[in-house]
Design a protein around this ligand. Sequence first.
Ligand SMILES: Cc1ncc(COP(=O)(O)O)c(C=O)c1O
Length: 411
Amino acid sequence: MINFSELREDFPILFQEVNDEPLVYLDNAATTQKPKQVLDALRYYYENDNANVHRGVHTLAERATVKYEGAREKVRAFINANESAEVLFTRGTTTGLNWLSRSYGDAFVNEGDEIVISFMEHHSNIIPWQQLADRKGAKLRYLSMNQEGFIDMEEAKQVINDKTAIVSIAHVSNVLGVVNPINELAKLAHDNGAVMIVDGAQSSPHMKVDVQALDCDFFAFSGHKMCGPTGIGVLYGKRPLLEQMEPIEFGGEMIDFVNLYDSTWKELPWKFEAGTPNIAGAIALGAAIDYLTAVGMENIHQYEQNLVAYVLPKLQSIDGLTVYGPQDVENHTGVLSFNLEGVHPHDLATALDMEGVAVRAGHHCAQPLMKYLDLPATARASFYFYNTKADADRLISALEATKEFFKNGAI
Ligand SMILES: Cc1ncc(COP(=O)(O)O)c(C=O)c1O
């Protein structure tokens, strides 16, 4: 049995006061906090092993390379990729999706082809496809969803058709907390000769991801949303597709031979990793994966769903508060967006911050979704496994106090 409240001790940042109140950090969809084990891995690397990778024959270079490539293998196991050559280190989800737009898209999407995304996508999974559609004369199409954020799969069967070249969908929405049916969408994509791309930014931190079981062709995610440092992320791709793709960046590390007027590339995965990579970041991401794996992704998922079962009904019972996304506990992950009648979400987030409760307010990098829902913005509380029922209680009481304040002009 994992004692989740003991795990909190691993996160030093959580033990501080904000505005004279103990911090309750509920902005985990934006970025998560880092356990000591990850901070130690970063420090250990710089104090003991720091050297450039793949270049030197000296001992430190060898050690840094072994650790960097070891981290790649940890990622492979974490997402159950077939081989570590299918794991490319990036800066994060955004970089991975941009690489796909540039490398896969420029090579394989033609005029008149269609790219299918949904109305709930993060800007990182919209703009690279808008740009690709512009470059190629392709058409961008959107899958709609119902009131609770479930994709309309009947409509999807029409929208995904033999003109579709790419389907790119978030595994979990960063606003609605809904889990999308990737398997079904991948089947529709594949039946129509399209590739299935998954934005895994909000799923990889919270549930067991198996890229082979999902049957996606590409899967992008960010280290900083799963206890790792910023500036490191992963793009997974199936080998036959990655082999056909050209690198996006050129320079050191990614070449085999450089002649005066042409060059050849290294094999996978290195042909995509030009320049000195984020070695420390990759190693620390490996430490984050060790940490998450030791706790167990199934345990994390179960713990977070128990928190949702605790907090969602409490939110729903606050008069004047609207929660967006699925209304039932089974289908709602720990990303909870809401609005309190008569209070702008920014004012709400500021009022909660006064109580030490950190939530996000705004469009959450999903302006088309806000337009679709006819909302200017929402407030968003997003939970991770180091949050507790006590944190949920603090959120609820701060919301009640804010409501009173805006009603009566005093807390
Ligand atoms: C669903 C989703 N996609 C993509 C991103 C972009 O991630 P990053 O900024 O780490 O590249 C985010 C980050 O908020 C996200 O929630």
